[in-house]
Design a protein around this ligand. Structure first.
Ligand SMILES: [Zn+2]
Length: 368
């Protein structure tokens, strides 16, 4: 596995630390905004230095943040931030949050990885369709027609719209009556797209505390693809291996989506014996997702590599809630490339007929 030395992520992390060390909410806001701007730059900070070593102007960056950036570029670390953290009353909390930012890639690093031809993983042009996104039918904003148009513009052959199921009220989960209505809208989209694009009706089912889903077997059968994802007990340190094994064992499930439920700088997600879960997923033909939402990046490339070694297949998805966020699939691809997952093991790189075969019978793609 290749490693990542991501200068923008390192600088962004220091700016988050500095934000967390501020007593004034206004100052904290400024550093947080600066951190977000650095994570979202298209190029590494080192490329913004002119021949004299001066840093060009960066939108959203004030003088305080600029001093930190210069320091990290020069020294590889920031004494200003370390000092502020050591004197902060939130010192312990800041150290804990640092551990919750591991293996997150900045946008510039994602770009670099996608163009690094020495990596063995799936290439952008092998990626045929995205299998997790949200529409106006739950907590997303686009219509299913907007989604189809945006996916076609990205060169996809297919995609799955995967709104939340009725158990997740907080995310505007769809009732089964709404799902039937959405199905008619998707059928209309497919009627217009003909052979060049296929929109699947998926659902993101919620994994409850014991590993059950908020869908009956009969309800699950009405969707083309069922994702199962944890949205609760994500800050607990107790072992939840049995919960996740139960979810993977549910016969309707094809993708274990954002498996850990981690969130950058905020929570570690589900604690479990992941190798046991990966092994069960590989035996069942359930795909392990790499969720490309920049705040999730779940699984990251180190965990994905362990899943690969367990014999898993993978889904690389954007988890988009707007059509612009479909680009988050590139973050998922970057992790897969660092983990050197062969394209053949990535369900999004399969032609539609192989994908549909697996959706009918997941055991077709289980570990041999
Ligand atoms: Zn989710």
């Amino acid at each position: 596995m290749k490693d990542s030395s991501d200068i923008n992520a390192i600088v962004g992390g220091y700016l988050r630390d500095l934000a967390n060390a501020q007593a004034s909410p206004q100052k904290a806001f400024g550093y947080k905004r600066a951190a977000a701007a650095i994570f979202d730059l298209d190029v590494p900070l080192t490329r913004l230095l002119d021949p004299d070593g001066n840093l060009g102007r960066i939108a959203g960056i004030g003088p305080g943040s600029e001093r930190v950036i210069r320091e990290v570029l020069e020294l590889g670390m920031s004494p200003i931030v370390e000092e502020a953290v050591e004197h902060s009353t939130r010192r312990a909390d800041i150290h804990r949050q640092r551990t919750l930012r591991q293996h997150f890639l900045s946008k510039a690093e994602v770009r670099r990885i996608l163009s690094d031809t020495t990596l063995g993983g799936p290439a952008l042009d092998q990626y045929l369709g995205d299998l997790q996104m949200h529409s106006e039918w739950s907590d997303g904003s686009p219509t299913v027609m907007d989604i189809a148009a945006a996916c076609i513009a990205r060169g996809y052959h297919y995609a799955a719209v995967t709104d939340h199921s009725h158990g997740l009220k907080i995310a505007g989960g769809m009732s089964m009556a709404e799902a039937a209505e959405q199905r008619r809208a998707i059928d209309a989209v497919n009627g217009e797209c003909g052979d060049r694009f296929r929109l699947l009706q998926g659902i993101e089912a919620n994994i409850d505390e014991t590993g059950g889903l908020d869908l009956t077997a009969k309800e699950s059968a009405t969707f083309d693809i069922v994702l199962a994802a944890p949205h609760s007990r994500l800050r607990k340190s107790d072992d939840q291996t049995d919960r996740m094994l139960t979810a993977v064992g549910h016969p309707a499930v094809r993708i274990l989506a954002h498996p850990r439920g981690r969130m950058s700088g905020a929570r570690a997600g589900v604690a479990a014996n992941w190798d046991a879960i990966f092994s069960a997923a590989a035996d069942a033909g359930v795909a392990i997702e790499i969720d490309g939402d920049p705040a999730r990046q779940d699984l990251d490339y180190t965990m994905a590599r362990r899943a690969l070694d367990s014999g898993c297949i993978f889904a690389l998805d954007s988890d988009a809630h707007t059509t612009a966020q479909l680009a988050y699939a590139e973050t998922a691809l970057a992790h897969a490339r660092l983990a050197e997952i062969p394209a053949d093991r990535v369900v999004n790189c399969w032609p539609l007929d192989r994908l549909l075969g697996w959706l009918r019978d997941r055991s077709l793609e289980r570990r041999s």
